[in-house]
Design a protein around this ligand. Structure first.
Ligand SMILES: Cc1cc2nc3c(=O)[nH]c(=O)nc-3n(C[C@H](O)[C@H](O)[C@H](O)COP(=O)(O)OP(=O)(O)OC[C@H]3O[C@@H](n4cnc5c(N)ncnc54)[C@H](O)[C@@H]3O)c2cc1C
Ligand code: SF4
Length: 555
């Protein structure tokens, strides 16, 4: 075991949440160690660091973890596979799509607004939109978010977006017009993508190259902590970034108080890093996993798990999609980032108010390729594999190739991202059989949809198809994934839920684990409900809100 000198703060995982907290603490003058399991990248050489090999990124998912988890979905058998699309490397989401929505006020008070459906563990958050609003503003400034357009349900904001909007694509215009004809309220989604660059700065403006989702951005136009806050944080001299350093356990002192993190370096050597305060920011389910595998005589069920709450209330979003082929139009959906147009008419209980059998709902976005990014190769490889074919198109041979050649440049997709209701039974645990790359038990995910989720999936697929038909698609194909779809979108929430009661939650509203003064969970693990929005901006806003409490504890 290689010992290290004690520091004020050890942040485990340097992605969206961890990178933000490490940066705030370094600027406050604390001694900070950031342990990151993945590689480091040099953002001044982004063009070389992030290549545009389509198969490597869109098919083989090069910028994601490849270790398997075990998924038990509904009553199915346990299936090992790298289910969770999750980030790896300093900066976290290099290959994200950039959707940068704020949650809406009702997302923080679902139980008060909708009640608690039977078979769910719906609850209110211990904080409100108003509590988080100033931190949304700071998060948008930090990611230099480019503007969205206004719509009837836009939450109140007190500052303009930091950047001008991305230009409208032709697909955005087609879908916007179609949505208006249907009586819906389309708007441009805010984007964590730079549209106006400072001369000589690290980040260049987006050139709409389309190597966005699944790829790292060769121009640093897409935000991540690697290019936003970590360069200045490193320059303080207070942040020691240790890449390829994989945490395996939080160890406690003789009183049961967390005192250090054990980790493995790239050669498999074991290290111990003592710290006054420890922040776990390894992406929601993996924060829970670290807590569960940190067992000791004081904490035989894992850290913070006295009441069997760690790992529970996991949500992943429902995620379903449709694509349309427009026989006489060259759309080239592979161009530009995936951010074109969004619809909030079907979230936050609006369908329920109109008689639909589910209480919350989903958001629609559209205009991207069915593979979200990538060229003809990844489209053709996906067709007939996970991407369904229209009736009559064979899954092999000449017929498949003809369809792929015709449809690639002439198709676009619509995705639905829905709020799945939390259930205490939906949880992550340690698998009794499979081991991970560090020799510890692999993550096991047990998940079943609430009946209202299933109703929402069917309802939203009808809307997705309708939208594409109204826009003029000649052929429309839709699909509900056979697994909790948001898993493949990298959306994982809950598992270290925030709340005021230790019997039903794991942390307080700052992410501080109940029963400890020096252990924090950061990231979407603390979400109480999932909302119908992508999580990253909320993760960064929560990290900025918690940072002063973490700094105070470590000072
Ligand atoms: C393809 C894709 C597209 C996405 N698009 C969007 C989008 O458009 N909008 C949006 O809001 N969200 C998007 N997301 C989700 C978003 O990336 C995540 O929600 C967010 O990054 C999670 O933040 P985090 O800080 O909790 O974890 P991450 O940002 O994932 O950071 C966790 C870090 O911890 C490291 N780590 C893990 N285990 C260990 C360990 N044992 N020891 C040390 N380090 C460890 C990981 O390598 C990683 O770097 C997308 C995700 C994917 C996969
Ligand atoms: S489309 Fe824009 S944000 Fe996306 S990878 Fe290309 S330059 Fe970067």
């Amino acid at each position: 075991m290689i010992p290290h000198a004690p520091v004020d703060l050890c942040v485990v995982g340097l992605g969206a949440a961890g990178g933000t907290i490490a940066s705030e603490a370094a600027h406050a003058g604390l001694s900070v160690v950031g342990l990151e399991a993945g590689p480091d990248h040099d953002p001044t050489r982004a063009a070389e660091e992030f290549d545009t090999d389509e198969v490597a990124h869109v098919v083989d998912l090069k910028l994601q973890w490849a270790e398997p988890e075990v998924l038990v979905f509904e009553d199915g058998p346990p299936i090992p596979f790298p289910w969770l699309a999750r980030n790896i490397g300093v900066g976290g989401p290099h290959h994200w799509s950039g959707f940068s929505f704020r949650f809406h006020p009702s997302d923080f008070r679902v139980a008060s607004e909708c009640g608690v459906p039977d078979g769910s563990s719906v609850a209110d958050w211990p904080i409100s939109y108003e509590d988080l609003e100033p931190f949304y503003e700071s998060a948008e400034a930090m990611f230099e978010v480019s503007a969205g357009t206004t719509h009837p349900w836009e939450p109140e904001r007190h500052a303009p977006y930091p950047q001008p909007p991305l230009p409208d694509s032709g697909r955005a215009r087609m879908l916007t017009d179609a949505a208006r004809r249907l009586g819906w309220n389309p708007y441009r989604p805010p984007a964590g993508v730079l549209t106006r660059a400072e001369p000589g700065g690290l980040r260049q403006a987006c050139n709409l190259c389309g190597h966005c989702t699944h790829f790292g951005c060769t121009r640093n136009a897409k935000a991540s902590t690697l290019v936003t806050v970590l360069p200045a944080a490193r320059a303080t001299g207070h942040l020691d970034v240790r890449a390829r350093s994989r945490a395996t356990e939080v160890v406690v002192d003789g009183t049961g108080r967390p005192r250090a993190v054990h980790y493995l370096d790239a050669d498999g050597e074991e290290h111990v890093q003592p710290a006054k305060v420890i922040v776990l920011a390894t992406n929601a389910p993996y924060v829970a996993k670290l807590m569960l595998q940190s067992r000791s005589d004081h904490h035989p069920r894992g850290l913070g798990n006295e009441h069997d709450q760690v790992g529970r209330h996991a949500t992943f979003h429902t995620s379903m999609y449709a694509y349309g082929v427009f026989d006489d139009l060259l759309l080239h959906a592979e161009r530009g980032p995936a951010l074109h147009v969004a619809i909030d008419d079907f979230s936050e209980g609006r369908p329920y108010a109109a008689g639909a059998p589910f209480r919350r709902g989903a958001q629609l976005t559209g205009g991207m390729p069915a593979t979200f990014a990538g060229g003809p190769l990844s489209f053709a490889l996906a067709l007939g594999d996970w991407l369904p074919l229209p009736d009559g198109v064979p899954g092999y041979g000449e017929g498949l190739l003809e369809f792929a050649a015709h449809a690639f440049a002439r198709h676009m997709a619509v995705f639905c991202l829905g709020e799945d209701l939390p259930r205490a039974e939906n949880r992550v645990t340690l698998d009794p059989h499979l081991v991970d790359g560090s020799g510890r038990p692999a993550l096991r995910i047990e998940y079943a949809h609430h009946p209202e989720d299933r109703a929402q999936i069917a309802y939203m697929l009808e809307r997705a198809e309708l939208w594409l038909r109204e826009a003029g698609a000649d052929t429309v194909v839709s699909a509900a994934p056979p697994i909790p779809g948001g898993i493949r979108a990298g959306h994982a929430h809950g598992t270290t839920r925030m709340g005021t009661d230790p019997h039903t939650s794991v942390t307080d509203d700052m992410g501080r684990v109940h029963g400890f003064d020096n252990l924090f969970s950061a990231g979407a693990g603390t979400f109480v409900t999932s909302s119908a929005f992508n999580p990253c901006l909320t993760i960064v806003a929560l990290a900025l809100r918690s940072a002063p409490a973490i700094i105070a504890a470590a000072s």
